[in-house]
Ligand binder design. Structure first.
Ligand code: 5AD
Ligand code: SF4
Length: 467
């Protein structure tokens, strides 16, 4: 993997640290230093890891998939739910043995979990072999942290001051066809169950010109799909003087020349405006898919979640979107078993799922997060009971997915060909959300083709290319 974007304007002091790191590693006889990155959690973390990889390349490391060969191991962590955290402790603990085998190995932990003081303290006290812990707003200083650790004590940098976004951090992208493009960071919504506003800080939007430049570079480098990222993309530009809101930004990206498509996530229903829906309709490069988390179908629970919309408002929004974009596909996030949720409340979630008919759902059992308001709310329903509700939801959605997929048979879609399956079929995503497999040739990969959907079998849509 190579560094595929220019580093010209990256912070000069960090470039200088990167050179010093290279020199120190060479002095210590570390030949061809290798780095292994493990990423947990959401797309924002995956995108952050691409920048982390870019900085590691600048420091002279190459990337390895083999953890046992690494001279630098980094865990980019997630704190959204408890089980993600447990996995991290297990993974970090396992690096102790690699350190014994390789005294030059550095171990680092970053991301949302590391940002929590109690977790950072735990790493400091109980994991003495963890060298560098840094928070969600300090990524751009990685060369400095490595230099400091190579020459001195363990590094713990958790400052969360919502300072200006640092641009021009080098990137090593994971793919060549579909790429992430963060447009904003942080969240101001404080949903009562969610840790994100505490660990990622306040909402900050990137400058629109920087976004356009990055998107243009991606298109010129052959990317065919740009996924715009933010905890709440619909509030892009709020509080900024440039006057570009998310709808305007979409139009600007849509105007970039080239054959590519635009996706975005995540949209908060409270900020999904008619202007935005009109924009999606008007912009041919914007896909006909909206990820619109509703979390609960009960207005009572939505209020307790601090979501700023109720069941009726959400359904009205879905109707307004379908009026403009009749075949738009929706996906959503749902939390089952929020504190105080009764079976009757849960049934309202089920009925909303049946009414809207989402293409796909991301479903979670509520996980208490220390420091959030919901974590101290009475929560009398057992985990076992919540598990039963959860299974009922999955079963309901399975039936809906089947029905929706069957209804797609006969439809022609435009597929971005992404890969060849082990059965020799070409697979890719349509302009909606669904994936389709079909017979085709290798040279289709990386291109858009028109495919007529012919059948739905074993949870997969199959089609045939039409000329
Ligand atoms: N418990 C369960 N799910 C959660 N999510 C966020 N916080 C929690 C929590 N404490 C889910 C929400 C959000 C998605 C990214 O994760 O559904 O939309
Ligand atoms: Fe968390 Fe709510 Fe912000 Fe999403 S909008 S990141 S669920 S606080």
């Amino acid at each position: 993997m190579t560094l595929n974007e220019k580093t010209n304007n990256y912070l000069p002091e960090q470039c200088a640290y990167a050179k010093r790191v290279q020199a120190i590693l060479a002095e210590r006889g570390v030949q061809n230093p290798q780095a292994h990155i493990v990423t947990f959690g959401c797309q924002q973390n995956v995108s952050d890891s691409e920048r982390i990889k870019g900085m590691l390349l600048l420091c002279g490391y190459s990337l390895t998939e083999d953890i046992t060969k690494a001279d630098f191991i980094l865990f980019n962590t997630c704190a959204v739910r408890g089980h993600a955290e447990d996995r991290v402790y297990g993974n970090v603990g396992a690096t102790k043995k690699y350190k014994k085998a390789n005294p030059n190995l550095l171990v680092s932990v970053c991301g949302c979990m590391a940002q929590q003081q109690s977790v950072a303290d735990k790493f400091y006290k109980s994991y003495p072999y963890v060298d560098i812990v840094f928070g969600t707003q300090q990524h751009h200083r990685l060369p400095e942290f490595i230099y400091r650790r190579l020459t001195s004590k363990r590094v713990y940098e958790l400052t969360l001051d919502n300072a200006n976004i640092v641009e021009h951090v080098p990137i090593s992208r994971d793919g060549t066809l579909k790429g992430w493009l963060p447009i904003m960071y942080g969240c101001n919504n404080f949903c009562t169950y969610c840790i994100v506003p505490y660990v990622r800080g306040r909402e900050r939007s990137r400058d629109p010109q920087e976004i356009i430049k990055e998107a243009t570079d991606m298109v010129n480098n052959g990317f065919k799909e740009i996924m715009l990222l933010g905890q709440n993309v619909n509030s892009y530009g709020k509080g900024e003087s440039h006057g570009v809101n998310f709808a305007k930004l979409l139009r600007m990206i849509n105007d970039i020349e080239g054959d590519f498509r635009i996706r975005f996530m995540t949209s908060h229903p409270k900020d999904c405006t008619e202007e935005l829906l009109d924009t999606i309709r008007d912009c041919k490069k914007v896909e006909r898919h909206i990820h619109l988390p509703f979390q609960s179908g009960s207005s009572k629970i939505l209020k307790q979640m601090n979501r700023y919309y109720d069941r009726e408002g959400y359904l009205k929004l879905i109707a307004a979107a379908r009026e403009r974009l009749p075949d738009v596909e929706f996906t959503s996030d749902i939390i089952v078993g929020f504190p105080g949720e009764t079976y009757e409340d849960f049934c309202e979630t089920l009925s909303l799922v049946k009414e809207v008919k989402f293409t796909s759902l991301f479903t979670f059992i509520y996980s208490p997060r220390e420091g959030t308001p919901a974590a101290v709310m009475p929560d009398p329903i057992s985990r076992e009971e919540k598990g039963k509700w959860f299974d009922e939801l999955l079963k309901t959605q399975d039936e809906i997915s089947k029905e929706l997929n069957l209804s797609l048979v006969g439809k022609t879609v435009r597929v971005l060909c992404e890969e060849k399956t082990s059965e020799g079929l070409i697979c890719g995503k349509s302009e909606y959300y669904s994936s389709v497999c079909f017979e085709g040739s290798d040279d289709m990969i990386g291109n858009f083709v028109a495919v007529r959907i012919e059948k739905y079998h074993n949870n997969t849509l199959y089609g045939a290319v039409i000329n």
